[in-house]
Each structure stands twice: as C-alpha cells, then as structure tokens.
Design a protein around this ligand. Structure first.
Ligand code: A4P
Ligand code: MG
Length: 323
C-alpha cells in the first residue's frame, strides 16, 4: 500500500567533481538529478498554504548545495546524500532519487549513465502497511509503523519439532518480520472435522508474536510461503499436515476477505491455540472475543480438549534477564 502523493523535480543540473579519476576530481563535470518525493499533499491542496508542502525552490537549492559539496567516488554516494537532504523535510515519507552522469569517462559512445535509489521512512505514516517490495527499501524500522501480530503453528507429520523450529527461524529471517516471543511447544490430539481423532498423529502446537511492517495480506503470503517450503499440501480440510501457520491477530485490525479473515475465525474455540497463547502472554486479548485466558477456560469446560506439555527447548532464545 502506498497511499501517498508525489512531488517531482527533474533535470536539476549541478557542476561537481565526483569520480574516481584524477581528471574528474580536477576538471569536474555536470551531474543531473531527478527526485520524486512521496508525501501527503491533500492538506496543502485544500488550504493553499506553502507551509503544508515542500517548497520545491528551496529543495532544489538544498540538493544543488549537497551535490556540489566535497567530491566522492561514486554516484551511489551522491544519491544517498540527496536522499538525506530530501528526508530532512519531515512531511516526506519516501523518496526516489536518480543521479545521471552524462559525461562520465566511458570509452564507447553512450547516452547517459545513472543510478536510482528509493528509500522510505515508514514511521512517518500513521499505521503504515508496506508491501514486501517496499519493505526491501526501508532504511530502518520505526516503531510507529510496526504492528504486533500473533501466529499459530501446528504440525502433525514429519519431524514436528524440527519443522516448528525452522519455521520460526525462517519467519524471523523474512524482510519486514521479527519474531519477538514464542510460547512453549505443546502436544494436542488431532482435531478433525468429525471431532478429536486419537488415532491420527498428535500435533505439536505453538504460538508466536511477531512485529511486522507488512500489511496483513503480505504477512499471510509470507506464512504460506514458509508452509509450502515445508512440504505443506492441501488435500483434506483439517487433514494431517507438515506445517500449518495461521494468522490469529494483526494488531486490533479486523480483515474480512475471501482468503483472509482476521482475527482467525476459529481461534477462540480451540484449546490448541488458546493454551499456548496464554502460556506466551498471560494477559493476551483476542480482538473481538476478549481475554484469551477466559476463552480457554470456556473451551476446556465445554469440550475437555486436552493440551499436554511437550518437553523441548524454547523456540526463541530466552533473554538473559529472564533465565
Ligand atoms: N485463511 C483465511 N484466514 C486466514 C488466517 N487468519 N490465517 C485462508 C491463515 N489462513 C487464513 O487454510 C485455508 C485458507 O484459509 C487459506 O488458503 C487462507 O487463504 P489452509 O491452511 O489452507 O487449510 P486448513 O488449515 O486445513 O483449513 P483451516 O480451516 O484454516 O484449518 P485450521 O483452522 O487452520 O485448522 N488439531 C490440532 N490438535 N492442532 C492443530 O493445529 N489444525 C487444524 C487446521 C485442524 N486440527 C488441528 C490443528
Ligand atoms: Mg490453516
């Protein structure tokens, strides 16, 4: 999602001395800069106040001053310098910068050479939800752009514990996703459409909390990619599986889509989800349903669903202070 407006300045010409060759440092040459700012402009348009946007005349002078400054070897470095100038304007959420060097020392005839870079500061967007492609360009995570989501893991085929461990590590390694807490692993009898099946291989279940700058759909795609990597196939609904990853909650958001429903529509009635969730976070709340501990007590009273401890090392390293 990129709901922002754009302000573009193209063809800014600057004479400067960047380059790796002595003659470039000595004689200088023209550089041409294009910038596109991503920022909200509706207020400026509605009020007609210059202070509500970025003054392009001032910005152009700032960019020229930054590019003219002390010489560097690479146009990549020049581009990062321009990014810094643009992002110093606080209303700017993202920027694309292109630096052209049309007279670069290239021994064959050529028209132009340039680099283009895109950088975002998502914290400047209220509740930003970025696509995986945009996340790849994030400079750093700003807490205000991060949503805490809760994911349930389940496996009843193969080396169940190894699968859960690898899946957690893989999720933590995904751009835009950070695993911040995990429940202990528990063991639960398989729940099938026709009820509890004591004959089927038992499940290992766990719950993790992740901080993410991905939107809920992008996060679901990540979960499905990790499931597929672990040989997940989908023949039978609620059938045996190597790995199931369900998005239980995404902040306090409600999503009602054909292929994504959040909070997870069955989470509140499943001890294999609620029990590890309470073990991870005793005060947890399932948006729209209430305290997870209360929901668990109701489910256990109604169904007698069994959840057993499973002796295993923690899924994420326990911080030193808590040992
Ligand atoms: N989908 C919609 N909302 C979500 C969400 N919040 N998180 C869609 C994840 N997926 C969501 O899921 C079917 C479709 O649901 C997906 O394509 C996605 O777009 P699936 O994982 O392909 O199929 P499934 O898991 O067989 O179906 P379902 O109904 O989601 O099953 P559940 O609810 O995940 O239950 N018994 C024990 N003891 N432990 C278990 O972990 N798990 C299940 C599966 C059954 N019995 C179990 C356990
Ligand atoms: Mg599922």
């Amino acid at each position: 999602m990129n709901p922002l407006d754009e302000l573009t300045l193209t063809g800014l010409r600057v004479f400067a001395h960047h380059g790796v060759f002595d003659h470039e440092r000595r004689d200088g040459q023209p550089f041409v800069i294009d910038v596109t700012l991503h920022l909200p402009l509706a207020v400026a348009g509605a009020t007609d106040e210059l202070a509500r946007t970025v003054h392009y005349g001032v910005l152009a002078e700032e960019i020229v001053a930054a590019v003219e400054r002390d010489p560097v070897d690479l146009i990549e470095t020049v581009a990062e310098r321009v990014v810094d100038v643009v992002l110093a304007h606080e209303s700017v959420v993202g920027v694309r910068v292109t630096v052209h060097k049309p007279e670069a020392p290239i021994t064959v005839p050529f028209a132009d050479v340039s680099v283009s870079i895109t950088r975002w500061l998502p914290g400047r967007l209220p509740a930003a939800a970025f696509s995986a492609r945009e996340v790849a360009t994030l400079r750093h995570w700003d807490q205000s752009a991060v949503t805490r989501a809760v994911v349930a893991l389940g496996a009843n085929l193969g080396d169940r514990e190894a699968t859960l461990r690898t899946a957690v590590a893989e999720l933590d390694g995904e751009p835009g996703v950070r695993v911040v807490a995990a429940s202990p692993i528990v063991q639960t009898p398989a729940l099938k459409l026709e009820g509890v099946d004591e004959e089927a291989p038992a499940y290992l279940n766990a719950v993790i909390a992740v901080d993410t700058v991905l939107g809920p759909r992008a996060l679901l795609s990540v979960l499905q990619r990790v499931e597929t990597r672990h040989g997940r196939t989908r023949e039978v609904r609620w059938g045996d599986r190597t790995l199931d990853l369900d998005l239980l909650a995404y902040g306090s958001a409600a999503v009602l889509d054909q292929d994504l429903v959040v909070p997870h529509p069955r989470a509140h009635e499943r001890a294999f989800v609620l029990d590890p969730w309470v073990r991870m976070d005793a005060g947890a709340v399932l948006p729209g349903h209430g305290r997870v501990a209360d929901l668990l007590a109701d489910v256990v009273a109604a169904t007698g669903e069994r959840v057993d401890e499973f002796p295993a090392a923690p899924l994420v390293p326990v911080p030193e202070a808590l040992r």
